[in-house]
Ligand binder design. Structure first.
Ligand SMILES: [Zn+2]
Length: 348
């Protein structure tokens, strides 16, 4: 990625654009603080050594992997260009083309409460993807008036709909990635998931694809023949910015690349460009893995100790360590506003 528009926020993240030594210095400064005894020439020798190790690490064939997951599906809402069934099929075709096995997290009232919607969810299982639980109605568990019992019922009611589908697993994806606004609600769900044999299907690589999808639908709503190339570019740039940012956060927090679990949505933007998104990761040298293999990594057993838990697991870990406003945090929680502003500047 040669675009520099976000480098002001993430000066260390454009790995391709930076000399290796700069990256080594970043490791010194933020991951392995230099002891005061090491200075001058010794500093330089160590910096070069780290640079060499970093280069070897970065070029390792298995250095970074990613698993694809999709929330809020299947969607039966009408959009420009493609019918609900065609959107579903387009996403499945993109996954099949790249031989990717992912996961669909079902929000029942978006479509699976009707036979035609349930058939779309079944198609994911039939194609070898995992089908997981994303509640009935997508409530906000951080709403102060929303109870633990209500949220537990949402899980069980969704489970009753999806449990007979092929690919069904007891994987739960929290709505809005919000795990409870109080320690009581948070621990209540953690215990409930354990009792029910459910896994918290964490996200590590969070994106705002949904925000760019809103823009895409707005533009097409005004002109169905609009040139979509700038939106596609913005979408790919956005996902890559987040990928590099979360990769760096993983290295900062874990000292290694964890298998990333990306959150995308069952929507038009992925029906159109999931093929390009997967292709981008492959071109950048990332390996594609399955959510099951990713979740087997011990990092996904962590339960960050935060009063109001949630968000990307990596961001949650950072926050639980007191890293609230670390360098670049704005670009992990900005809801894609940077790309939206850039599109507006182009007349979109
Ligand atoms: Zn959702």
């Amino acid at each position: 990625m040669k675009d520099k528009h976000w480098c002001g926020f993430w000066p260390y993240l454009s790995l391709e654009a930076l000399p290796v030594l700069d990256f080594a210095q970043y490791i010194h400064r933020d991951v392995m603080p230099m002891p005061t005894l090491l200075a001058g020439a010794i500093h330089r020798i160590v910096a070069v050594a780290v640079a060499i190790l970093t280069t070897a690490f970065m070029s390792a064939a298995h250095a970074q992997s990613i698993a694809f997951t999709f929330d809020d599906g299947p969607q039966l809402n009408q959009t420009p260009l493609l019918s609900p069934a065609a959107r579903n099929q387009a996403m499945l075709a993109a996954l099949k083309k790249h031989n990717v096995k992912g996961a669909l997290f079902v929000t029942v009232n978006n479509g699976a409460d009707r036979p035609e919607g349930l058939a779309l969810a079944k198609a994911w299982g039939d194609a070898g993807h995992t089908v997981g639980n994303h509640t009935m109605t997508h409530p906000d568990f951080h709403n102060a008036t929303y109870s633990l019992a209500q949220y537990q019922k949402e899980l069980l009611d969704c489970d009753a709909v999806i449990r007979t589908l092929p690919g069904y697993r007891k994987w739960f994806r929290f709505t809005y990635l919000r795990e409870g606004n109080t320690p009581e609600k948070r621990d209540g769900m953690r215990n409930f998931l354990k009792e029910e044999g459910y896994r918290n299907a964490y996200v590590s690589l969070d994106t705002s694809d949904w925000r760019l999808n809103i823009k895409l639908n707005e533009v097409l709503g005004k002109n169905v023949a609009a040139d979509l190339a700038p939106i596609k570019r913005a979408y790919l740039d956005h996902v890559w910015q987040r990928a590099e940012a979360y990769r760096m956060l993983s290295q900062k927090l874990q000292g290694r690349d964890i298998p990333q679990v990306i959150l995308l949505h069952h929507n038009l933007i992925n029906a159109l460009w999931l093929d390009d998104i997967i292709g981008m990761f492959k071109t950048k040298g990332w390996k594609i893995t399955t959510p099951e293999i990713a979740f087997a990594d011990p990092v996904y057993q962590l339960q960050p100790d935060r009063a109001a838990a949630g968000q990307s697991l990596l961001l949650s870990m950072a926050r639980s360590l007191g890293l609230n406003k670390f360098e670049g945090w704005e670009r992990l929680v900005d809801d894609g506003e940077f790309e939206i502003a850039a599109l507006k500047a182009q007349g979109y």
